[in-house]
Design a protein around this ligand. Structure first.
Ligand code: ADP
Length: 272
Protein backbone atom coordinates (compact mmCIF):
# COMPACT_ATOMS: atom_id res chain seq x y z
CA UNK A 1 0.00 0.00 0.00
CA UNK A 2 1.18 3.50 -0.77
CA UNK A 3 -0.55 6.84 -1.22
CA UNK A 4 1.16 9.68 -3.04
CA UNK A 5 -0.15 13.23 -3.23
CA UNK A 6 1.53 15.24 -5.92
CA UNK A 7 1.06 19.03 -5.82
CA UNK A 8 -2.50 18.74 -4.50
CA UNK A 9 -4.55 21.93 -4.17
CA UNK A 10 -8.15 22.30 -3.12
CA UNK A 11 -10.22 25.46 -3.35
CA UNK A 12 -13.73 25.64 -1.84
CA UNK A 13 -16.30 27.69 -3.79
CA UNK A 14 -13.78 28.54 -6.48
CA UNK A 15 -14.61 31.68 -8.43
CA UNK A 16 -17.00 33.07 -5.80
CA UNK A 17 -16.57 35.68 -3.08
CA UNK A 18 -16.34 32.77 -0.58
CA UNK A 19 -13.37 31.17 -2.28
CA UNK A 20 -11.08 29.39 0.21
CA UNK A 21 -7.77 27.84 -0.74
CA UNK A 22 -7.94 25.00 1.82
CA UNK A 23 -5.06 22.84 0.53
CA UNK A 24 -1.97 24.45 -0.92
CA UNK A 25 0.55 22.43 -2.87
CA UNK A 26 0.44 19.30 -0.71
CA UNK A 27 3.15 16.72 -1.47
CA UNK A 28 3.03 13.57 0.63
CA UNK A 29 3.94 9.92 0.52
CA UNK A 30 2.24 7.56 2.94
CA UNK A 31 3.68 4.08 3.11
CA UNK A 32 2.46 0.72 4.31
CA UNK A 33 2.29 0.23 8.06
CA UNK A 34 2.95 3.83 9.06
CA UNK A 35 1.34 5.38 12.13
CA UNK A 36 0.93 9.06 11.35
CA UNK A 37 -0.43 11.93 13.41
CA UNK A 38 -1.97 14.79 11.44
CA UNK A 39 -2.16 17.88 13.58
CA UNK A 40 -3.03 21.55 13.18
CA UNK A 41 -5.41 24.08 14.61
CA UNK A 42 -9.07 24.18 13.58
CA UNK A 43 -9.39 25.27 9.96
CA UNK A 44 -5.84 24.29 8.98
CA UNK A 45 -7.10 21.83 6.36
CA UNK A 46 -6.91 18.44 8.09
CA UNK A 47 -10.45 17.27 7.27
CA UNK A 48 -10.18 18.50 3.71
CA UNK A 49 -6.92 16.60 3.28
CA UNK A 50 -8.16 13.26 4.62
CA UNK A 51 -11.25 13.37 2.43
CA UNK A 52 -8.90 13.51 -0.55
CA UNK A 53 -7.16 10.32 0.54
CA UNK A 54 -10.20 8.14 -0.10
CA UNK A 55 -11.51 10.09 -3.06
CA UNK A 56 -14.48 11.66 -1.26
CA UNK A 57 -13.20 15.05 -2.40
CA UNK A 58 -11.49 15.71 -5.72
CA UNK A 59 -8.42 17.93 -5.87
CA UNK A 60 -8.87 21.20 -7.73
CA UNK A 61 -5.32 20.65 -9.00
CA UNK A 62 -2.73 17.90 -8.61
CA UNK A 63 -2.71 14.10 -8.60
CA UNK A 64 -3.23 11.33 -6.10
CA UNK A 65 -1.88 7.81 -6.60
CA UNK A 66 -3.00 4.77 -4.63
CA UNK A 67 -0.63 1.84 -5.10
CA UNK A 68 0.79 3.69 -8.08
CA UNK A 69 -2.57 4.13 -9.80
CA UNK A 70 -3.97 7.58 -10.54
CA UNK A 71 -7.28 7.71 -8.64
CA UNK A 72 -8.61 10.39 -11.00
CA UNK A 73 -8.35 8.10 -14.04
CA UNK A 74 -11.81 7.74 -15.54
CA UNK A 75 -11.81 3.94 -15.10
CA UNK A 76 -10.45 3.98 -11.53
CA UNK A 77 -12.68 2.16 -9.02
CA UNK A 78 -13.38 4.84 -6.39
CA UNK A 79 -15.86 2.61 -4.56
CA UNK A 80 -13.11 0.07 -3.93
CA UNK A 81 -10.74 2.86 -2.84
CA UNK A 82 -13.29 3.94 -0.22
CA UNK A 83 -13.32 0.46 1.27
CA UNK A 84 -9.51 0.28 1.27
CA UNK A 85 -9.08 3.70 2.88
CA UNK A 86 -11.44 3.60 5.85
CA UNK A 87 -12.46 6.99 7.17
CA UNK A 88 -13.87 7.35 10.68
CA UNK A 89 -15.48 10.79 10.81
CA UNK A 90 -15.74 13.00 13.88
CA UNK A 91 -18.44 11.75 16.27
CA UNK A 92 -18.93 8.60 14.17
CA UNK A 93 -21.51 7.31 16.65
CA UNK A 94 -23.97 9.85 15.22
CA UNK A 95 -24.09 7.64 12.16
CA UNK A 96 -25.16 4.50 14.05
CA UNK A 97 -28.75 3.82 13.08
CA UNK A 98 -29.52 0.10 13.13
CA UNK A 99 -31.50 -1.61 15.88
CA UNK A 100 -28.56 -3.74 17.02
CA UNK A 101 -24.80 -3.44 17.22
CA UNK A 102 -24.20 -6.41 14.95
CA UNK A 103 -26.54 -5.07 12.24
CA UNK A 104 -24.72 -1.75 12.31
CA UNK A 105 -21.31 -3.32 11.89
CA UNK A 106 -22.56 -5.53 9.06
CA UNK A 107 -23.96 -2.59 7.13
CA UNK A 108 -20.70 -1.61 5.39
CA UNK A 109 -19.44 -5.05 4.35
CA UNK A 110 -22.93 -6.15 3.22
CA UNK A 111 -22.85 -3.27 0.72
CA UNK A 112 -19.67 -4.69 -0.78
CA UNK A 113 -21.64 -7.59 -2.24
CA UNK A 114 -19.87 -10.20 -0.10
CA UNK A 115 -21.45 -13.57 0.81
CA UNK A 116 -23.51 -13.44 4.03
CA UNK A 117 -21.08 -15.72 5.86
CA UNK A 118 -18.13 -13.47 5.04
CA UNK A 119 -20.12 -10.43 6.21
CA UNK A 120 -20.87 -12.21 9.52
CA UNK A 121 -17.24 -13.22 10.03
CA UNK A 122 -15.99 -9.73 9.34
CA UNK A 123 -18.50 -8.15 11.71
CA UNK A 124 -17.65 -10.54 14.56
CA UNK A 125 -13.94 -10.09 14.02
CA UNK A 126 -14.20 -6.28 13.90
CA UNK A 127 -16.22 -6.19 17.13
CA UNK A 128 -13.65 -8.42 18.80
CA UNK A 129 -10.86 -6.10 17.60
CA UNK A 130 -12.51 -3.12 19.29
CA UNK A 131 -13.24 -5.04 22.49
CA UNK A 132 -17.02 -5.37 22.21
CA UNK A 133 -17.97 -8.80 23.59
CA UNK A 134 -20.31 -11.27 21.84
CA UNK A 135 -22.75 -10.88 24.72
CA UNK A 136 -23.38 -7.31 23.60
CA UNK A 137 -23.93 -7.69 19.87
CA UNK A 138 -27.72 -7.77 19.98
CA UNK A 139 -28.00 -4.67 22.14
CA UNK A 140 -29.15 -1.43 20.59
CA UNK A 141 -26.18 0.89 20.00
CA UNK A 142 -28.12 3.48 21.95
CA UNK A 143 -27.74 1.46 25.16
CA UNK A 144 -23.97 1.92 25.10
CA UNK A 145 -21.68 4.47 26.71
CA UNK A 146 -20.09 7.18 24.57
CA UNK A 147 -16.78 5.31 24.31
CA UNK A 148 -18.49 2.01 23.47
CA UNK A 149 -20.60 3.63 20.75
CA UNK A 150 -17.48 5.06 19.22
CA UNK A 151 -15.82 1.64 19.25
CA UNK A 152 -18.83 0.13 17.48
CA UNK A 153 -18.60 2.85 14.84
CA UNK A 154 -14.89 2.09 14.36
CA UNK A 155 -15.76 -1.62 14.06
CA UNK A 156 -18.10 -0.72 11.20
CA UNK A 157 -15.13 0.69 9.28
CA UNK A 158 -12.79 -2.17 10.28
CA UNK A 159 -15.33 -4.68 8.95
CA UNK A 160 -14.58 -3.28 5.49
CA UNK A 161 -11.01 -4.59 6.01
CA UNK A 162 -9.34 -1.31 5.10
CA UNK A 163 -5.61 -1.10 4.36
CA UNK A 164 -5.54 2.39 5.82
CA UNK A 165 -7.56 3.61 8.78
CA UNK A 166 -8.04 7.36 9.13
CA UNK A 167 -9.64 8.69 12.29
CA UNK A 168 -10.74 12.33 12.48
CA UNK A 169 -10.53 13.58 16.10
CA UNK A 170 -11.41 10.15 17.54
CA UNK A 171 -11.21 11.36 21.14
CA UNK A 172 -13.47 14.43 20.75
CA UNK A 173 -16.01 14.69 23.55
CA UNK A 174 -14.73 11.69 25.53
CA UNK A 175 -13.66 11.83 29.17
CA UNK A 176 -9.95 11.11 29.94
CA UNK A 177 -10.65 7.39 30.47
CA UNK A 178 -12.57 7.08 27.19
CA UNK A 179 -9.83 9.05 25.47
CA UNK A 180 -7.09 6.70 26.67
CA UNK A 181 -9.18 3.66 25.72
CA UNK A 182 -9.67 4.87 22.16
CA UNK A 183 -6.01 5.87 21.71
CA UNK A 184 -4.82 2.53 23.10
CA UNK A 185 -7.26 0.75 20.82
CA UNK A 186 -6.01 2.62 17.76
CA UNK A 187 -2.43 1.92 18.76
CA UNK A 188 -3.09 -1.80 19.17
CA UNK A 189 -4.92 -1.96 15.82
CA UNK A 190 -1.79 -0.56 14.25
CA UNK A 191 0.57 -2.91 16.08
CA UNK A 192 -1.40 -6.13 15.85
CA UNK A 193 -2.93 -5.78 12.41
CA UNK A 194 -0.09 -3.84 10.79
CA UNK A 195 -2.74 -1.48 9.48
CA UNK A 196 -1.62 1.96 8.32
CA UNK A 197 -3.16 4.54 10.66
CA UNK A 198 -3.63 8.28 10.29
CA UNK A 199 -4.77 9.92 13.49
CA UNK A 200 -6.13 13.43 13.04
CA UNK A 201 -6.15 15.74 16.03
CA UNK A 202 -5.76 19.33 17.13
CA UNK A 203 -4.19 18.04 20.35
CA UNK A 204 -0.48 17.33 20.59
CA UNK A 205 -1.01 15.24 23.73
CA UNK A 206 -3.31 12.88 21.87
CA UNK A 207 -0.99 12.10 19.03
CA UNK A 208 2.57 12.62 20.18
CA UNK A 209 2.70 9.66 22.56
CA UNK A 210 1.58 7.21 19.94
CA UNK A 211 2.61 8.12 16.42
CA UNK A 212 5.88 7.56 14.58
CA UNK A 213 5.46 10.43 12.15
CA UNK A 214 3.89 13.81 12.75
CA UNK A 215 2.51 15.99 9.98
CA UNK A 216 1.73 19.55 11.08
CA UNK A 217 -0.62 21.64 8.95
CA UNK A 218 -1.12 25.37 8.98
CA UNK A 219 -3.29 27.43 6.61
CA UNK A 220 -3.63 24.56 4.15
CA UNK A 221 0.08 23.83 3.98
CA UNK A 222 2.28 21.14 5.45
CA UNK A 223 4.54 22.91 7.85
CA UNK A 224 6.44 19.95 9.30
CA UNK A 225 6.55 16.29 8.43
CA UNK A 226 8.97 14.34 10.59
CA UNK A 227 9.34 12.10 13.62
CA UNK A 228 7.67 13.76 16.64
CA UNK A 229 10.85 14.59 18.54
CA UNK A 230 12.24 16.39 15.49
CA UNK A 231 9.01 18.33 15.04
CA UNK A 232 9.07 19.32 18.71
CA UNK A 233 12.35 21.19 18.29
CA UNK A 234 10.32 23.76 16.34
CA UNK A 235 8.28 24.61 19.44
CA UNK A 236 8.38 28.35 18.77
CA UNK A 237 6.86 27.89 15.36
CA UNK A 238 4.29 25.47 16.79
CA UNK A 239 3.26 28.09 19.33
CA UNK A 240 2.98 30.70 16.60
CA UNK A 241 0.53 28.60 14.61
CA UNK A 242 -1.81 28.32 17.55
CA UNK A 243 -0.94 25.00 19.11
CA UNK A 244 -1.96 26.28 22.50
CA UNK A 245 0.37 27.05 25.39
CA UNK A 246 -0.25 23.81 27.36
CA UNK A 247 0.65 21.91 24.24
CA UNK A 248 3.90 23.80 23.87
CA UNK A 249 4.72 23.04 27.53
CA UNK A 250 4.05 19.42 26.73
CA UNK A 251 6.37 19.68 23.76
CA UNK A 252 9.11 21.15 25.94
CA UNK A 253 8.77 18.27 28.40
CA UNK A 254 8.92 15.76 25.60
CA UNK A 255 12.08 17.42 24.31
CA UNK A 256 13.68 17.00 27.72
CA UNK A 257 12.56 13.36 27.85
CA UNK A 258 14.15 12.82 24.45
CA UNK A 259 17.39 14.15 25.96
CA UNK A 260 17.34 17.24 23.76
CA UNK A 261 18.20 20.68 24.99
CA UNK A 262 15.23 23.02 25.03
CA UNK A 263 17.68 25.75 24.14
CA UNK A 264 18.08 24.39 20.63
CA UNK A 265 17.66 27.29 18.24
CA UNK A 266 13.89 27.54 17.95
CA UNK A 267 12.48 28.15 14.49
CA UNK A 268 9.81 30.73 13.93
CA UNK A 269 7.03 30.37 11.38
CA UNK A 270 9.09 32.32 8.82
CA UNK A 271 12.10 30.06 9.18
CA UNK A 272 10.02 26.88 9.16
P1 ADP B 1 -9.64 21.35 9.91
O1 ADP B 1 -10.10 19.95 9.65
O2 ADP B 1 -8.16 21.42 10.12
O3 ADP B 1 -10.40 22.03 11.00
P2 ADP B 1 -10.93 22.01 7.37
O4 ADP B 1 -10.34 21.10 6.36
O5 ADP B 1 -12.27 21.65 7.92
O6 ADP B 1 -9.88 22.21 8.57
O7 ADP B 1 -11.03 23.47 6.78
C1 ADP B 1 -9.99 24.10 6.04
C2 ADP B 1 -10.47 25.46 5.58
O8 ADP B 1 -11.50 25.30 4.63
C3 ADP B 1 -11.06 26.33 6.70
O9 ADP B 1 -10.71 27.66 6.45
C4 ADP B 1 -12.54 26.12 6.56
O10 ADP B 1 -13.25 27.26 7.01
C5 ADP B 1 -12.69 25.95 5.06
N1 ADP B 1 -13.83 25.07 4.74
C6 ADP B 1 -14.07 23.82 5.21
N2 ADP B 1 -15.19 23.31 4.70
C7 ADP B 1 -15.69 24.26 3.88
C8 ADP B 1 -16.84 24.35 3.03
N3 ADP B 1 -17.71 23.33 2.93
N4 ADP B 1 -17.02 25.49 2.32
C9 ADP B 1 -16.14 26.50 2.39
N5 ADP B 1 -15.04 26.50 3.16
C10 ADP B 1 -14.81 25.39 3.89
Amino acid sequence: MSIILDHVNYIYSQGTAYEKHALQDINLKIEDGEFIGLIGHTGSGKSTLIQHLNGLMKATEGCIYYNGQDIYDSDYNLKELRSKVGLVFQYPEHQLFETSIIKDVKFGPSNLGLPALEVDLRAYEALKQVGIGEDMIDLSPFELSGGQKRRVAIAGVLAMKPEVLILDEPTAGLDPKGRDEILNLVSSLHKENKITVILVSHSMEDVANYVERLIVMDHGKIMFDNEPKKVFTHYKALEQIGLAAPQVTYVMNRLKECGQSVNTEPTTVDEA
